[in-house]
Write a protein that binds this ligand. Sequence first.
Ligand code: ATP
Length: 362
Amino acid sequence: MEIRVRNVSKFYYSEGKRIEALVDVNLVIPSNRIFTLLGPSGCGKTTLLRCIVGLESPDSGEIAIGDEVVFSAEKGIFVPPDRRGLGMVFQTYAIWPHMNVFDNVAYPLQARNERQEEIARKVARALHFVQLDGFEKRPATKLSGGQQQRVALARALVAEPKVILFDEPLSNLDAKLREETRKELRRFLTELRITAVYVTHDQIEALALSDDIAVMRNGRIVETGTPREIYFDSDRQFVADFIGHANFIPGTVAATGESGTRVDSAIGPIACAKKTGAAPGQAVTVCIRPEFIHVHTDGRGDGENVFRGKVESLVFVGDACEGEIRIGETVLLFRIDPTAAVREGEEIALQFDPRHCTILMS
Ligand code: ATP
């Protein structure tokens, strides 16, 4: 079921000040995809989700779910949440502590007065789907965090919603469980072929889980694309900076041609293979992610885009060492194999892959 959000704005008023939670948001969430709203705290993700669910009423604009307009400021339409056919999973598991697993999952069906055999059949199917067969009688409080989250998911699924919405559902889990649950969730949702809208401020979670991502900032959508498009191709500094680590090097376009663009910068000329619309003389910023920088530990290295400097810091993070190198006044981030023979204070050379040097226009 497709969701269309058209010109939606929502303002709050607090202590005499107007807070622009959503400003003229336009978005199409395609059917049967996992669509993530990603952005820093306070950018409006939850407000947008609540407007789609019907827990908030926007100040202007229109929202349609499939063929049905569920909100229109102009036409005075507001379909209440329980008639929008949506399921929701929150950050707090919101399962009933005094009920066992079966009763928790059966709750939406009991509320609809469905027949008992029908309820038993649907609950069994939902529990099987989240791999909790045999847990029916277990009190909800005697489950791990990950299991509780799966009960919440089963309860959302059992009602057979057209769309399911998630608000940071994994943020209370520890890192390892989060990763496992994320993988499971992607599998469930892909198998179900259901439209899922997912809110998170965690970039890794968004990249790993989503089919599409909309990056939000200050109540606005700044970019929409697949995880790869957002990660590799964004030409906006906010997006590149927010997602993963990146180096930003200011410079001026020196030459453009078929083979790419050369940018003069404080660390020297940088060859960028990607074509851009930038003209010679234009001020730009070159963005290069640490994983596309090759480190020559002997301080040498031939060819283009080789820059020498001194290692300022080096931090072991398990699967890699993350370092900073100073080249004149510029400090750049790099990553290196944790077993590599590099120490703080040593001279090394970095080589940028021109195919991954992105030019951001100011
Ligand atoms: P987080 O990741 O921290 O949950 P978010 O991106 O979901 O943030 P929202 O909760 O949508 O952000 O909030 C958007 C803006 O609206 C923020 O500036 C927030 O302080 C403000 N806001 C949200 N709800 C209210 C409210 N009920 N009254 C006043 N201001 C609000």
